[in-house]
Design a protein around this ligand. Structure first.
Ligand code: NAI
Length: 328
């Protein structure tokens, strides 16, 4: 048996946490031969509920679950962590402006970034799921300047998976036969799901679907899927968000398949016209625990225009948190 890997998860008493923790403990994230230690960070008020989740984790008797610890102290949660899954975030409350939300989350992610820098293992990899995910990742990275920039990421895998599901439904081809999907930009309604490089059962997707379908059905359905789920379920997507978080970390740690890539939000070095230092979604391949951006793709004019709008939104969020003093 290998030595356990330490995984810190924030927001463990929340909706996503309730799905995510069990998938990690079952070995879905790092593979069936890899034991895990779970460190769960929650706010004090949520500790009683979190204790119930921990009871259930024990009751599941997962062979790979080496230990479970809970804490309300970030410096304890991230001690020796190899992966930090930052899921817990402040939801938008009644009467709260977007700026208030950025400020409340900014404070959380800056504090967690500092604690990760001080405490985590030198193998640490950070995945931000809590919204606004891209900007929260930017804030955490700014608070942890000694950690290499490429260790910070935000989740756009749910959008990527949603895009594959829509293309599968449209073409009648199984999701397993769809490759090279891309989601660019921000994890928000401005995101850019892009089929122009996708391959469906060996054929270019653009030969199988009309441009009008992409514009009028595919892009808006994927970009607004979160709202549609809230409308239907009366609660935001949780199981699919947890599943996408698992997929994101698994791809990063264990690699992407030959001939395929995935979408991950990472700190830009200026590729595809995304200003350096913004956290944007890009196509990436992963191997040996590292991601590499897929460079040199030609952008369709519709995709370029949509990506420019999403970049403008990311830049605006960046300006707002800079004005709050969170990026210095
Ligand atoms: P939830 O409200 O059910 O759970 C959030 C949990 O985080 C709560 O238990 C809360 O006590 C905890 N929390 C709040 N502040 C914390 C802190 N400072 N430290 C530790 N824990 C803290 O929310 P849910 O549904 O689990 O979603 C979590 C986040 O994920 C939300 O921000 C949501 O918008 C986001 N999300 C992101 C998606 C993506 O694709 N990137 C998809 C779906 C949700």
């Amino acid at each position: 048996m290998r030595a356990p890997v330490t995984i810190a998860v924030t927001g463990g008493a929340g909706q996503i946490g309730y799905q995510l923790l069990f998938r990690i403990a079952a070995g879905d994230m790092l593979g069936p031969g890899q034991p895990v230690r779970l460190r769960i960070l929650e706010v004090e008020q949520a500790m009683p509920a979190l204790e119930g989740v921990v009871m259930e984790l024990h009751d599941a008797a997962f062979p790979l679950l080496a230990s479970v610890d809970t804490t309300a102290d970030a410096s304890v949660a991230f001690e020796g962590a190899d992966h930090a899954l930052l899921v817990g975030a402040r939801p938008r409350g009644p009467g709260m402006e977007r700026g208030d939300l950025l400020a409340a989350n900014g404070a959380i992610f800056a504090a967690q970034g500092r604690a990760i820098q001080e405490r985590a293992s030198d193998r640490i990899r950070i995945t931000v799921t809590g919204n606004p995910a891209n900007t929260n990742a930017l804030i955490a990275a700014a608070a942890a300047p000694d950690i290499p920039r490429e260790r910070f990421s935000a989740l756009t895998r749910l959008d990527h998976n949603r895009a594959i599901a829509q293309l599968s439904a449209k073409t009648g081809v199984a999701v397993a036969d769809i490759r090279r999907m891309i989601v660019w930009g921000n994890h928000s309604a401005t995101q850019v799901p892009d089929v122009t490089h996708a391959v469906v059962a060996g054929r270019p997707a653009v030969e199988l679907v009309e441009r009008s379908w992409v514009r009028e059905a595919f892009v808006p359905t994927v970009a607004n899927r979160g709202a549609a789920i809230i409308e239907a379920r009366g609660a935001s997507s949780a199981a699919s968000a947890a599943s996408a978080t698992i997929d994101h970390v698994r791809s990063w740690a264990l690699g992407t398949p030959e001939g395929d890539w995935t979408s991950m939000s990472v700190l830009s070095s200026g590729e595809y016209g995304v200003p350096e230092g913004l956290v944007s979604s890009f196509p990436v391949t992963c191997a040996d625990g590292e991601w590499s951006l897929v460079e040199g793709l030609e952008l369709d004019p519709d995709v370029r225009a949509q990506l420019d709008r999403s970049i403008a939104e990311l830049a605006d969020e960046g300006e707002q948190v800079r004005a709050l003093g969170l990026l210095d």
